[in-house]
Design a protein around this ligand. Structure first.
Ligand code: 3PG
Length: 391
């Protein structure tokens, strides 16, 4: 693909699709990780003398209707503070009836207010494309969506290229997934096997150790013939878990099962935590974390790894008494010399809580996009950029 850093942007109208879909509360941005990640791209374009137009979605508003709660205004304010200069927000931009100075940065209002954005409408895509000389796709977090601002705009733009953030994400994730230093360990946590089944299937073909956690692990524990009591478990997927185990074993790889677990009788912040052997879970127990022996075993696996891919906590870490397993994993990743990548909202929250952000080799800005990458899917925005480079 063509890279933004290879182009001369001076005096050009440059339209950059970022993923500035950040949490907002009471008109304020509450987590600015995605904004911080996009800053180097924005600064690079502005410093090159481009007329910079940023575009992004925020949330999932009703198409064709302006709604203040989905306005990017709080993001514009945050960006203004970070850049030390005003970032104007432009509401009516589709007709191109606005001026941007060289070196200036403006933010176009939420693209999902536009009719046709989500269905990648051709007419809307052409309107976006007409705003610019160069279209930059930098929104890794939305690269799995074939929508007008992430796909169509680039397909119709005079020049379409990958921004530095998108390029860096693709490189880091590609290195971990396609050319991993071994042993390669993946940690997949989360509540359900069903929502991560394609990720598990794809990783089962690649990794040396597939560590499952959270509700996902419960179904594997059930598949191993143990009682999981009242734990979240998808009994109908027990055969699927057995199959995944077989695939891994046939390759000389493994899905390590927890030898001990931490149980509670209710899902609450004050629930008492009880550590048990995995064979001793009672009918009224709920498994909320891996136990200390299992945490030690996983820490050893992680410390000896060449590559670690992490998506999803292994316990209910928002309650401290069920957070030790996720904490142990975080610490092991921090201490490991393995090339580590992590992504997904809950994972980022755990990384924040245990303060290991600067110890992870690469933290993805993607949630759904990160998962689709792990699934081995080709991201539509990347396909568009490849086509654009070939023409
Ligand atoms: C995300 O937060 O995962 C991306 O911004 C994509 O948002 P979407 O799932 O609403 O398309």
């Amino acid at each position: 693909v063509i890279k933004m850093s290879d182009l001369n942007l001076a005096g050009k109208r440059v339209l950059i699709r970022e993923d500035l879909n950040v949490p907002v509360k009471d008109g304020k941005v509450t987590s600015d990780a995605r904004i911080r990640a996009s800053l180097p791209t924005i600064k690079m374009a502005a410093e090159a003398g481009a007329k910079v137009m940023l575009m992004s979605h925020l949330g999932r508003p009703t198409e064709g209707e302006y709604a203040e709660e989905f306005s990017l205004a709080p993001v514009a304010a945050d960006l203004s503070a970070k850049l030390g200069k005003e970032v104007r927000i432009i509401k009516d931009y589709l007709g191109g009836d606005f001026e941007v100075a060289e070196g200036e940065v403006v933010l176009l209002e939420n693209v999902r207010f536009n009719v046709g954005e989500k269905k990648n409408d051709e007419a809307l895509s052409k309107q976006y494309a007409a705003l610019c000389d160069v279209y930059v796709m930098d929104a890794f977090g939305t690269a799995h969506r074939a929508q007008a601002s992430t796909h169509g705009a680039g397909a119709f733009a005079e020049t379409a290229c990958a921004g530095p953030l998108l390029a860096a994400e693709l490189e880091a994730l590609g290195k971990a997934l396609n050319n991993p230093a071994r042993p390669m360990v993946a940690i997949v946590g989360g509540s359900k096997v069903s929502t991560k089944l394609t990720v598990l299937e794809s990783l089962s073909e690649k990794v040396d150790q597939l560590v499952v956690g959270g509700g996902i692990a419960n179904t594997f524990i059930e598949a191993a013939g143990y009682n999981v009591g009242k734990s979240l478990s998808e009994s109908d997927l027990v055969p699927t878990c057995k199959k995944l185990n077989e695939i891994m074993e046939a390759r000389g790889a493994a899905i390590p099962l927890a030898s001990d677990v931490v149980c509670g009788k209710e899902f609450s912040e004050t629930a008492a935590a009880e550590t048990k052997n995995v064979s001793e879970v009672a009918d009224d127990d709920m498994i909320f974390d891996i136990g200390p022996d299992s945490a030690d075993e996983l820490a050893t696996i992680i410390k000896n790894a060449g590559t670690v891919v992490w998506n999803g906590p292994v316990g209910v870490f928002e309650f401290d008494q069920f957070g030790e397993g996720t904490k142990a994993i975080s610490m092991a990743i921090a201490e490991s010399s393995a090339f580590s990548i992590a992504g997904g909202g809950d994972t980022l929250a755990a990384i924040d809580k245990y303060d290991i952000a600067d110890k992870v080799s690469y933290i993805s800005t993607g949630g759904g996009a990160f998962l689709e990458f792990l699934e081995g899917k080709k991201l539509p925005a990347v396909e568009m950029l490849e086509k654009a480079a070939a023409k």
